[in-house]
Structures are given as structure tokens and as C-alpha cells.
Write a protein that binds this ligand. Sequence first.
Ligand code: RIB
Ligand code: CA
Length: 307
Amino acid sequence: MRRFLIDTDTASDDAVALIMALRAPEVNVEALTITAGNVPLDRCVQNALYTVELCGSSVPVHAGLAQPMFRELTTAEMVHGNDGLGDIGLDLGGRSAAEGHAVDVLVETICAAPGEIDLVTLGPLSNVGTALLRAPELAGAVKHCYVMGGTGRLPGNITPAAEFNIFVDPEAARIVFESGMPITMVGWDVSWSCAFVGPEGEARLRAIGTPYSEFTCDIQRALVEFVGRMTGAVGFDLPDPLAMAVALDPTIAETQDFYVEVVPGDGPARGQTIVDHNAISGKPANAAVVTHVPPEAFMSLLCETLR
Ligand code: RIB
Ligand code: CA
């Protein structure tokens, strides 16, 4: 069995990634740690609890940081809806998170099992950055860290330079990328090109006919409207499920090791992941950057976990 710890700002794509991990027979999900991001923290917590209940799982859900480490929170209701799961009227209230702060759970769980736990991050890196400041040894204790964040090649999705997860808390992301933690970076570039679900893909998902496949499609309503408004494309992109697919089966990803520098601060490059494609900086690679995932490999893995 593989052991996963998943950090998430649970919204319409995160929830699908959670289902993939919770229903993968070869994975034991140790805990979910929640960070604010797509929507405020309490909604991310409730969305995670709803998804865990849908899967009949008893995995503990721990609330973490309600805002980035050193700045105000930026949310994305315009993308995922006010409730984060497409505003389709789901009963998303009244569930209780587990005791224990996400940062404590990250440090204690991973450091108690060095080299055994894969960390999958699906949102801003506020919890992980804080955990690393608290316990730098976390970087060496993690088996591997799969990050949905950044973009191997521009453009970004929240600014021309930056992808949302890194943009929201660039200082946290910089701590993570400079920590020495073994990272595979699944960026916005490959998400858009390798994990976009159009009408045919949605029909394929809905044909699976399970509560998981129906939920997966139904909660994308706000995202479909946003994608249509912003790009004219018909469908929805699934960055977090792509990162989870790579975590579940790293062999589907083409990667190259590069030095990646995260831009902190408040300028136009805030949150940019500068990928040193030509090794000009002379700095050692700190991430395996995913450059391609065959779309069919992603879709078939996704379909498998939704059956
Ligand atoms: O930029 C895409 C990422 O930002 C995804 O993780 C999405 O859920 C949002 O958190
Ligand atoms: Ca996310």
C-alpha cells in the first residue's frame, strides 16, 4: 500500500482528485489537510468533508491556515462558484473536521514515518510552507511531494506570469521549492493541454454511471461557465486530478529536472515559477517538471477511479 497525505483548497477540481485517491485500492490516505484558496477555509473544509462522506471514507480532515503566510487571501469564486463546488445546491454544511491543526498533522504524520508518505498538494502551499518553517526536517522525511502548481511554460492563469496556487502564497511556495523536498511539479501548462475535458470526455465520464462520475461532472458547472467566458472553449480543465494521476502512476508523466525559482513579493511576476530550462543559473535542479502526460493515459486512469 502507498501512503498519501493530501493538502487541498477543496473546490471543483480538488474534489475529483480526492475521489481518485480515496478510491484507489493501492493507496491509504492518511489525512487531508485543508488550506484556504479557491474559497475561504471553512468552505474548503466542508467541501472536503462532503467528498470524504461521498466516498464512505473515515479519513480525518484537518483545518489549516485561513490565509497565506504573509499576505491577504485571494479566492477564486469566479472560477469554482461561491461554494467552490459549482453552486449546484449541494448540502455542504454542518460536518465536523477532526481535532488537530493541519500544520501539526503534516509535521507529526510525515516525520513519524520518514520516507514512507507521499505528500500531494492541490492548493496554495501555506500549510506546507508553515510546516517547513516549524520543522525543516520535514523536507527529508517526505517520500515525494507532488505539487499542482506553477507553470512550466507561461502563461499563467491568474496573471500572465503566475498560476493560482503559487500566486496566492508565493512566499510559502518559495519556502517549499527551496527546502530540498523532492518535488514533482504539475503545472498549469500541462493541465490545460493534457487534462481538458470537452463534451466527448464529459459524455465518457457520465457513461460510467456512478455517484462519483456524476458528482465529478455536476460540480464543474461554474468552471464550465468560466472557461467558456474566458477562452471560448467548451468543457473544463482538471489540474488537481492530473496532479493526482501523476502521483498515483508517475510513469504516465514525461518530466525533466530543472531548477525552479518562485518569485515572491507584489510585482507583475508575483508567483511566477521561473523554470531554468537551459540550466543557465548553475543552480541544481529542485523539481521534476512535468512536460507532458498523454491525455488518454490521464482519462483512462481517471475513469478507472470513478467506476
Ligand atoms: O491553478 C489551478 C489550481 O488553482 C487548482 O488547484 C485549482 O483547484 C486552484 O486551487
Ligand atoms: Ca486546488
